[in-house]
Design a binder for this molecule. Structure first.
Ligand SMILES: [Zn+2]
Length: 243
């Protein structure tokens, strides 16, 4: 199905990433917001989920994490860039147009997480904050967590000026393979951080698909900016424990 690219569908979880065939999934990039709601309903119907239990966030490139518990019903969007849950049927959602989607799954505590990691979130280690939050709330240990890195901008497409390069080089002096003058490998920095935190290498799946390179499949903020077109659309990452 071209509408939704399935990262993983196992017995106990479902992890999805939409494509440009799904349409724009960002309410802030769409004049008629009902169009976006309809697309979420289509996904909910296709994958047997409830749209009222989809956790949409007000993303600000920060590191705050929303904990969705049993009482969650869709309403005001929490100002957060990641969410976690251990409740089957609750679907975590983040919106992306090049920023890295990071999916977390701890089989032992039956809990999941999802992060939107742009350059600011990556610099500030939002994925590490998710691991810490899952540990605090569910008792998750890093060595038990399975990670999927979804479609995102690649190193060669992610060109940066000296100010951003200096921030990364200053904070992560040991990650020289991911951080070079002019280009930063965001998912590389994320993976290095997760490994340093105790996630096992064999538990990390990197889909290794670039949103900026693959115009046929994905919207891309960077590609749009280069052509002086912005706001063409965005994809949704979704993660849900099956009931
Ligand atoms: Zn690329």
């Amino acid at each position: 199905m071209r509408q939704v690219c399935i990262n993983q569908e196992k017995n106990d979880i479902i992890q999805l990433f939409t494509t440009r065939y799904t349409g724009n999934m960002s309410h802030t990039r769409e004049e008629n917001k009902q169009n976006v709601d309809k697309r979420f309903e289509m996904i909910a119907n296709t994958f047997n989920m409830s749209v009222d239990r989809m956790v949409l966030l007000n993303q600000t490139h920060g590191t705050d994490i929303f904990v969705a518990d049993e009482s969650y019903i869709r309403g005001e969007k929490p100002v957060c860039d990641a969410s976690v849950t251990n409740v089957p049927g609750i679907c975590l959602v983040t919106i992306h147009a090049d920023c890295v989607p990071v999916y977390f799954h701890d089989k032992k505590t039956k809990s999941i997480g999802l992060a939107h990691s742009g350059w600011k979130g990556t610099l500030d280690g939002i994925s590490i904050h998710v691991l810490d939050k899952m540990n605090e709330v569910y008792g998750t240990k890093a060595e038990d967590v399975e990670i999927v890195i979804g479609p995102c901008i690649c190193k060669s497409c992610f060109e940066v000026k000296n100010d951003v390069y200096s921030l990364f080089a200053g904070k992560y002096p040991d990650y020289a393979d991911c951080i070079t003058e002019g280009n930063i490998d965001l998912k590389g920095v994320i993976i290095r951080g997760l490994l340093d935190k105790g996630v096992r290498e064999e538990n990390i799946i990197d889909m290794d698909i670039c949103t900026c390179h693959n115009e046929d499949l994905f919207f891309s903020h960077r590609r749009g900016t280069k052509r002086n077109k912005s706001g063409e659309g965005a994809m949704a990452a979704l993660a849900c424990l099956k009931g």
